[in-house]
Write a protein that binds this ligand. Structure first.
Ligand code: HEM
Length: 526
């Protein structure tokens, strides 16, 4: 009889048991480690693996407002395994964004972005000294005189888009899809300003770009942007990244090889986009006389001029990512805001009346406002824009991450904790904005009591502190020029196809689910 069998099985059994126990403990530690460091911050009970995702499914994005009411201005929300500390109070936003910025200057990397270098190497997600060095160079390219010099270019695209509006408005029953046209407009403007390329999206139909490469580039850009979903409707590897981040990369590597998967399609699209952007960058880099009007040329000039350190900072992959980031960050946000303004003004005749009075009072329709006019001569338009951005906050959450142990709102948070500011919750807080469900631009009147009483950081649609949006002045200039031009020629009414209430889609920024459908009424006929 072989004694080794009799003695071996119990030994092997012990070994297997040990492995199972070790695996269980390992999984437990893996799942609960991020929670442990932030457990003292209040929040609802956590369901293993999915965290608070069922709450997100139940309430939609209003979940953060609902939780703020129950748990106060700083609370925990678990996106799958990952806890997020949500900050929903203006004073605490100031603490995170300004007072303690040095300890919390980076952004957390959400799972949809972690597989895409093109999206990661821009300003948004770079970290620490690389971020500050890149940001310093880029800020210097955004001089007010440079922005002012873009006015005629912006205006020419706006005029083209306005012409298309009237030609597309022929079918009264259907009206025009304003949000789609405003996305084309914002993409054309940023395409010219960032790449120095005319995408031709707003040109009259007979003159619009026949360039198959350009159309393909834009198609891929739109696919790539809209497939970066932050909820549970993204690709399988993205969903896995929310629940078990350690498995995301191996699964992505596997799935991108399997035809028909969303991961493969995203991989292919991002690879083609990177290639296309890379080609534009290297062609421009080889041009001696490239000028400095667009962002890409200006950054290449800065790199050539500053030499050594700048060359190692701005390698071609970073330049590609930074330039592409402009298209990404500047098109959907600006067009959403312009569409919101027109949609809301169409619903509020008294606001429309006051806005028209201000615009008509500026001068004849052919008088192009200067940068200074835009800043000082349209105070009511300023209020309308602020109120529309409050009413529909395009970036309702702003992601940051601690780079060392730090106390926020009385809680000690460990290094690496995800801290997200919630401008979308602030925008609906009746303490800051009485009767928040009402669209009332006058609440931003600088002489009014409401504005004087309000905390200075209650309205932060462009973020806060040294990491706030670099494109704020650019997009406000574009939005103001667009509103002025549009209302000089037209007023807008909701088309019979416009749904009520509005429905939204949550990607990397907020978007309209079914678009904004409007009837365009020429003011000469009104
Ligand atoms: C209505 C239009 C826009 C809105 C609402 C908006 C909103 C935001 C927000 C909330 C942030 C995060 C700020 C923070 O962390 O505090 C941000 C960052 C950023 N935005 Fe915008 N944005 C808009 C237009 C633009 C445009 C036109 C550009 C480019 C020309 C742009 C480029 C960027 C970049 C590069 C960052 C990252 C900054 C950094 O991390 O240093 N944005 N934006």
């Amino acid at each position: 009889m072989d004694m080794s069998l009799g003695l071996g099985w119990p030994e092997a059994g012990k070994g297997s048991l040990f492995i199972v126990v070790a695996l269980l403990i390992g999984s437990f530690v893996y799942l609960y480690a991020p929670y442990w460091g932030v457990r003292k911050v209040p929040g609802p009970p956590v369901i293993p693996l999915v965290g608070h995702l069922p709450l997100l499914a139940k309430h939609g994005p209003d979940v953060f407002g609902v939780l703020a009411k129950t748990y106060g201005p700083i609370f925990r929300f678990h996106m799958g395994r990952q806890p997020i500390i949500v900050v929903a109070d203006p004073e605490l936003c100031k603490e995170v964004g300004i007072k303690k910025f040095k300890s919390i200057s980076n952004r957390s990397l959400p799972s949809p972005i972690s597989g895409s270098p093109l999206h990661q190497k821009g300003l948004f997600f770079t970290k620490d000294s690389r971020w500050s060095a890149m940001r310093n160079t880029i800020i210097s390219l955004y001089q007010p005189s440079h922005l002012a010099s873009l006015i005629p270019t912006m205006q020419s695209y706006i005029a083209c888009a306005a012409q298309r509006l009237s030609s597309e408005n022929e079918n009264e029953q259907q009206g025009v899809d304003f949000s789609s046209l405003s996305l084309k407009l914002a993409t054309d403007v940023i395409g010219e300003a960032a790449f120095g390329v005319d995408f031709g999206l707003t040109a009259p139909a007979d003159r619009s770009s026949k360039d198959a490469q350009v159309s393909e580039f834009i198609r891929q850009h739109i696919y790539s942007t809209t497939s970066l979903k932050m909820d549970l409707s993204g690709s399988f590897s993205i969903i896995l990244g929310l629940i078990l981040p350690v498995l995301q990369e191996p699964w992505r590597q596997l799935l991108k090889r399997i035809p028909g998967t969303a991961d493969r399609k995203m991989e292919q699209t991002n690879a083609k986009l990177s290639k296309r952007v890379g080609e534009i960058v290297s062609k421009r880099a080889s041009e001696k006389d490239r000028g400095s009007k667009d962002f890409l040329s200006a950054i290449l000039n800065a790199r050539d001029r500053d030499g050594g350190a700048s060359r190692s900072l701005f390698t071609s992959d970073y330049i590609s990512a930074l330039t592409y980031e402009h298209l990404l960050a500047g098109s959907a946000t600006t067009s959403f805001t312009l569409s919101s303004i027109v949609y809301l003004v169409a619903k509020h005749p008294a606001v429309e009346q006051k806005l028209l009075q201000e615009i008509d009072g500026f001068g004849p329709p052919t008088l192009l406002p200067s940068a200074d006019d835009l800043q000082h001569k349209f105070p009511y338009l300023d209020q309308v824009i602020k109120e529309a951005m409050r009413f529909y906050t395009v970036s309702p959450l702003i992601a940051r991450e601690t780079s060392q142990d730090i106390e926020i709102g009385g809680y000690l948070l460990p290094k690496g904790a995800w801290v997200w500011l919630a401008p979308g919750v602030l925008a609906n807080d009746p303490k800051c904005f009485p009767e928040p469900h009402l669209f009332r631009p006058e609440r931003f009147d600088p002489d009014g009591d409401e504005e004087k009483r309000r905390h200075p950081y209650a309205h932060i649609p462009f973020g806060i502190g040294p990491r706030a949006c670099i494109g704020k002045k650019f997009s406000l200039q574009e939005i103001k020029l667009s509103v002025i031009h549009l209302y000089r020629h037209y007023v807008f009414r909701h088309s019979p196809l416009m749904e009520s209430p509005l429905e939204f889609q949550y990607g990397i920024v907020l978007n309209f689910k079914h678009g904004i459908k409007l009837n365009v009424v020429s003011r000469s006929l009104a």
